[in-house]
Write a protein that binds this ligand. Structure first.
Ligand code: PLP
Ligand code: ZN
Length: 405
């Protein structure tokens, strides 16, 4: 195996086990590769399937089960209509709503599930704001592993419905994500279960990095100027940074800075607040936002997200719920992409930053759209209710009189 675990703080090295904290300093562990041993180049990709496993040399699994799912290699659209409306010449949308369970969480969850098989866990579990629950449920069912998911009781209907449908043991808990996460930390101590975001976290996180590899490949092995990324725990943003650095180390791209812009909703923005106040350890106690996937008050990778935002010469911004819902509608109306609030939040941030003059019209910008609108239909419940209250008569003349040309 060409990878090990390494402490992000003291750099101590460990063999790859189900392990996530450093014994010496309690820092988080992450996967590191021996890039002298890794044989990965543009050539090896020829003829490989267009999914995230095309980068298997830099994903820490022994092998991918036959007939696993086609996750990743989602489209990178060059936007014309929305880009024009916002005032950008080179604006791209990475549409990760198109993964099997409707969010980017299929990427990390799939690595966690495969590692659970490799480590011999009989069951895999996770705490989740909803999307990870759906992904863990689906992918464990796919390989015949039993799963349990802890979700806050206010999680959207469709996310809970997905986890139920996939046959997971759904534990709907009266508590917020941070409380649930603390419970899964304690569950990990028995060593009986694989927990996606606890004892499997170093492996799990590597799945998200494939987004960076894909973007760079889809841009014909060049780097964009800026990437706008939603933040909950901060893991996705950190892993985009890690992926970009690996690509530089592998000599697959030029060595230029890509500014990483992290976004949070104003009602739950511990990372953005800490960034703005020059602090390093984000934590808040209360979260209230329409972007429920992002409602984490005590973000596990918060301090590292702040560090890499600074190192990349990026920025952290927050947007209001109103700006988020407006962005959802614009993205759907101008690009035909239906995203949940946590996915459209990057569009809201882009609009804000272009209006502030922080992003210039000739910059090459990418927005990650991480989750599908089908996961938060509640947003449009009122609109549908209004239509249902007054259905139109099934009469041609009445119908014609109502059509807007
Ligand atoms: C989980 C999630 C995020 C953020 O992920 P973190 O890695 O926790 O920062 C963003 N968007 C969606 C839709 C998510 O489900
Ligand atoms: Zn350490």
């Amino acid at each position: 195996m060409n990878f090990k675990l390494q402490c992000r703080e003291c750099k101590a090295i460990y063999e790859p086990e189900p392990k996530f904290v450093c014994e010496r300093c309690l820092g988080p562990l992450e996967v590191v590769y021996d890039f002298k041993e890794v044989k990965f180049s543009v050539d090896v990709l020829k003829g490989r399937k267009k999914n995230m496993w095309r980068y298997s040399e830099v994903i820490p699994v022994r092998s991918v089960p036959e007939q696993f799912m086609d996750i990743g290699f989602t489209p990178l659209y060059k936007s014309s209509r929305l880009g024009k409306l916002i005032g950008l010449k080179e604006f791209y949308i990475k549409n990760d709503t198109l993964n099997p369970t409707g969010s980017f969480k299929d990427r990390p969850a799939s690595v966690a599930i495969i590692k659970s098989l490799e480590f011999g866990f009989k069951a895999v579990g996770t705490s989740s704001t909803g999307n990870l629950a759906a992904a863990v449920a689906a992918l464990s069912s796919r390989v015949g592993l039993s799963s349990f998911v802890l979700v806050p009781s206010n999680t959207e209907l469709s996310k809970v419905a997905q986890a139920i449908a996939y046959g997971s043991n759904v534990l709907l808990v009266n508590g917020n994500y941070d409380e649930l996460n603390f419970l899964t930390l304690q569950l990990a101590e028995s060593g009986l279960y694989g927990l996606a975001n606890v004892n499997l976290r170093p492996y799990y996180a590597e799945g998200s990095k494939t987004l960076a590899y894909e973007i760079v490949e889809q841009l014909d092995w060049s780097l964009p100027d800026k990437i706008i990324i939603p933040m909950a725990s901060g893991a996705l943003l950190y892993m985009i940074w890690k992926g970009l650095n690996e690509l530089k180390e592998l000599d697959l791209v030029e060595n230029k800075d890509v500014a990483l812009i992290g976004v949070q909703p104003q009602g739950c923005s511990p990372i953005v607040s800490a960034y703005k106040n020059g602090q390093n350890n984000p934590i808040i106690s209360d979260c209230k936002t329409v972007a429920k996937s992002l409602a984490i008050g005590n973000p596990a990778d918060g301090r590292y997200a702040i560090k890499v935002i600074r190192d990349s010469k990026g920025l952290a911004v927050d947007v209001t719920d109103e700006e988020i819902v407006n962005a959802m509608k614009l993205l759907a109306k101008y690009e035909g992409i239906f995203a949940e609030p946590a996915g459209a939040i990057t569009i809201a941030a882009l609009i804000k930053l272009v209006n502030n003059g922080i992003i210039k019209s000739d910059e090459q910008v990418i927005c990650l759209v991480t989750g599908s609108g089908f996961k938060a239909l509640e947003i449009f419940e009122e609109d549908v209710r209004r239509l249902r209250a007054n259905p139109i008569e099934a009469n041609l003349q009445v119908i014609e009189s109502q059509i807007i040309r």
